[in-house]
Design a protein around this ligand. Sequence first.
Ligand SMILES: Nc1nc2c(ncn2[C@@H]2O[C@H](COP(=O)(O)OP(=O)(O)OP(=O)(O)O)[C@@H](O)[C@H]2O)c(=O)[nH]1
Length: 632
Amino acid sequence: MAQLEQLKLSGQLPTPRGVALAILELSQRENATLGEIARVVQTDPALSGRLIKLANTASHIARPVVSVQEAVVRQGMATVRQLALGFSLVDQYRNGACKAFDYQEYWSHSLLMALGMQALGMRLHVAAADELFVCGLLAQVGRLALATVYPDEYNAVLMAQHADPAQAIIVHERARLETDHTELGIVMLCDWGMPKVFTGPLTQYEYPGHPSYPQDSRSNSLMLMLRLSHRLADLGLANADVRPKLLKEWMALATELDIPQEDAGRFIDQVIDSWREWSELLKIPATALPSFAEICHGYHETKEETKESDIPLRIVVADGNAINRRKTMALLVEDSEHTVYPAENGNTALALAMEVLPHVIIAHVDLPLLDGLELCQALRATEEGRRMHILLTADEHGEEQLINAFEAGADGYVPNAISAKGLRIRLCAAQRLVQLQAAWEKDRMQLRQIAAELVVANRRLATAALTDQLTGLPNRRSAMDQLEQAWSAASRSGLPLSVMVIDIDHFKQINDSHGHAAGDLVLREAAATLRASARREDSVCRIGGEEFLVICPNTDLKSAMQSAERLRVNLGAKRMAIGQTEKTLTVSIGVATRESGIADMDVLVSLADQALYAAKEAGRNLTCTRQQSLFP
Ligand SMILES: Nc1nc2c(ncn2[C@@H]2O[C@H](COP(=O)(O)OP(=O)(O)OP(=O)(O)O)[C@@H](O)[C@H]2O)c(=O)[nH]1
């Protein structure tokens, strides 16, 4: 301590200058008024702007603060003094003599801590948000002091810590300087009038192993808030590869302060946004941190194969005792990615369970409103509730309690003072169940996919079986099916039905002169021309090598002859590229129409064939018919 007193007297410690010093001195006078403080603040435009901005951020009152007087009145003398001091230090100590101490980064970290504290203050109402801002901003001022007073020695401390990061910095500080940043920082803050309610938690928050406050005390909340803001500041400045780990630690701490996981993302994103705004105002750097969602996504991407015990669960923790509830929640998120929902009574737990459909419910037997056993029975009476894994917890663990719990439908019993490991083991059954359900769901999806693929494959096969591969027209089998249907329809309706058989003339010569591939091309083009020239209701099919059948429902002989002629002429006019030359084709067509003497469709087709033969005989490039009525 003598060393600290000496340091204080030496004037080497960081101290505010100018307007901040004037405010500090003025506020120490007994008769100082807020009006006088405001007048001094006004002489520094940068400080005025910062105080007004802060008053507006932390205010829940809708009307914005526009004047320095108003900001000073709203923040109070003590807070204005501290803020002036903090901002003055930021401006004065942007650089310094300690080489390994990154002054800019130090302020970025402090600012993020300040904004974290402010945001937590607005949420948890543990202290005024402006006071918490200063508390966060100056929480690590002892480090700045050590770097300022002992630049070379602190340089060595930082190098030693860099070489041995597993060791806490305080150990390296004590080894070389016989003091540490916490001790020195507290001396300075007390000197600057920081209220005791903050200095106590400031000595504790960096050392998680030694909590010395009752769980539901204000000091404990402040210590947790400092810890959470510190982690958030670490997260803001961390490299991408360590962010997911820090985020996880942050989430675990957040549950201790009753910040539900679904709010965590919004909270972090808001603080980071105001960090960017404030860093412009204070001219200190803020890194471009991705959104909370992106950091989470990165975490999931880098995760290795999921072990059963890693399966994240949705868990409702129902306990009327807030301390026990928080303790269980903290244990649950300590080393895992479970999403935990708190419920303070049985009714809330039931409503929550129906809403979020948790995998697990951990409920105390003596829950208010609806006790644990009733909650269990109510859940088991529902379809969804039957699938949940319910663990009951109680202060007494007699055989009778166990029997009651299992009779009510519980899956297990959790002792009150359970360890994180014990709790993990009890969640294994639920995780196994979730894994089985996931595997079953995966199998079901795969089966569904296979069935869908089979339907598509069958449809493709059926289509392929009825389609001519070369031309895409219905093949012979399809042609006969269609003709059968058309024949039946004509029999029922009494409407006429005609068919044409079309054969390309001297097709063999094309194959012989230009090769089979050229012949294929010609067949394709001929098919396309026929399809394009035929009426829509007529079906054009390929029934042989260079032979086509056109089925013409509701068509009498005269119309069929006209149609056939149109096809013959169109095809004859079509110029086709064959090898290097262009050629035209001719076709011969035989036409037949259904009439009373024709017994079935085979006879009809054979009549058309005879007509085709006649056309060929008559010199080709002709349309003929051998109708029985015409040639009795
Ligand atoms: N490129 C090709 N040729 C085919 C195909 N199917 C049948 N052919 C050929 O078509 C030709 C048919 O010849 P033919 O039956 O003698 O009749 P044509 O030469 O057209 O003479 P006419 O019918 O009497 O005018 C044969 O050379 C078959 O090999 C096919 O899918 N592609």
